[in-house]
Design a protein around this ligand. Structure first.
Ligand code: GDP
Ligand code: MN
Length: 362
């Protein structure tokens, strides 16, 4: 049943109107940013871009999370950057800091080795806290309890196009649970045992593997299927993942028993610290295996930049009508470049057809 369907997402005239939608049509959703006080200027740049391109019309709340208290200066500037409600929360230490049971010697040895091997953030302790937090704890913050969907934003990102619709509605009205814009390969050295751990988890919990999962996105079995000699690679992870600095997701998926069980299993290994497991491959493996492929949405018409990669709509008509400020031929635009996993995603997710202003794009 893979690559046999295409998704149709309907963007109605009324969804595109410039007047604020009635309160009754608003989704129970929040824009979420984990960041540090010293990133203020970069935070404001991201806010400015998302407000101008999307949220100034929809007025979804912003929630800021930090492992230390936000300064008054941070709160003042960010609250003035939007007409929406802004909220600030401090992450509990036990959900951020390295747990006591992590063995210090093993931890330090891993840092040293990764640093020597030139792994990105290889020797960073705080980066590991951040990845573990984003993998297993962001959705447990009390301040998020009242929301169903989140839109993850990071400092210094840019949205190249007018949204012209509410992406939260696309999610809710189409029953989507995870939305992404960029898919690429992870650094293998950061996750040497992640795939095997996840496979062990599924062996112990076979009922949690979704029937219509996206395993074909994570493995290259179709390409090697004919070669008997290489069948041992069938279960090998191709390192493809959704880039999690942009996410629009259903918080209730992460709160689900299945995801909590999945995360707890990973957490117990200590490898968020001994290795350097990123929240992107962790989320991606969960999304691709515990959800059906139809639960995932590629927002291909949302131009986006987080260094060093960009997404820019391939259709000229889309770029013009959405007032995009991006060049599809720019070398940053990952799309179908060799290090992109998008073509692999199409194998399971199919192509998405956005029906805009009565015209079927593509
Ligand atoms: P990269 O995108 O992988 O290069 O990592 P970033 O430095 O952008 O970090 C990812 C997200 O976590 C960003 O939103 C950062 O602002 C945030 N972040 C990273 N480290 C910390 C930290 O130590 N404390 C807090 N509060 N936020 C952090
Ligand atoms: Mn970042």
């Amino acid at each position: 049943s893979t690559n046999s369907y295409s998704q149709k997402i309907l963007i109605t005239e009324e969804m595109q109107s410039q007047t604020p939608p009635p309160e009754s049509e608003k989704v129970n959703a929040v824009i979420l940013m984990l960041c540090r006080n010293w990133e203020l200027e970069s935070v404001l740049k991201s806010m400015r871009s998302l407000e101008d391109r999307f949220n100034r019309r929809y007025k979804y709340d912003w929630v800021f999370l930090n492992d230390v208290p936000f300064t008054e200066k941070f709160k003042e500037a960010t609250s003035l950057m939007t007409d929406s409600v802004t909220k600030y929360a401090l992450i509990p230490s036990e959900q951020w800091d390295r747990p006591d049971w992590i063995d210090n010697e093993t931890f330090e040895a891993g840092l040293k080795e990764m640093n020597e091997n030139g792994v990105l953030y290889g020797d960073s302790k705080s980066y590991r806290n951040m990845c573990r937090f984003n993998s297993g704890y962001f959705f447990r913050q009390q301040i998020l309890d009242e929301y169903d969907y989140y839109f993850r934003v990071e400092p210094d990102v840019e949205y190249f196009c007018d949204f012209q619709y509410d992406p939260f509605r696309v999610m809710r009205d189409n029953g989507k649970k995870y939305g992404f814009v960029i898919a690429l390969h992870e650094y293998e050295e950061t996750i040497p045992t992640l795939w095997d751990t996840v496979m062990d988890f599924l062996e112990e919990n076979p009922d949690l593997l979704a029937k219509e999962n996206s395993k074909a996105f994570l493995t290259d079995m179709e390409e090697i299927g004919e070669f008997q000699m290489r069948l041992d690679l069938v279960n090998e992870y191709n390192l493809c993942h959704f880039w999690s600095n942009f996410e629009i997701g259903d918080l209730n998926f992460f709160r689900s028993e299945a995801y909590l069980k999945f995360f707890t299993y990973l957490e117990k290994t200590g490898n968020f610290y001994y290795e350097r497991w990123g929240d992107a491959p962790v989320h991606s493996l969960a999304v691709a295996l515990l959800l059906n492929s139809t639960d995932v949405h590629y927002f291909e018409d949302l131009g986006y930049f987080h260094a060093p990669f960009a997404n820019c709509p391939s259709s000229n008509a889309v770029r013009l009508s959405k007032r995009c400020l991006c060049d599809y031929n720019d070398e940053n635009v990952i799309d179908i470049q060799f290090h992109s996993c998008l073509p692999r995603w199409w194998r399971v997710g199919g192509k998405t057809f956005m029906k805009i202003k009565g015209e079927l794009q593509h």
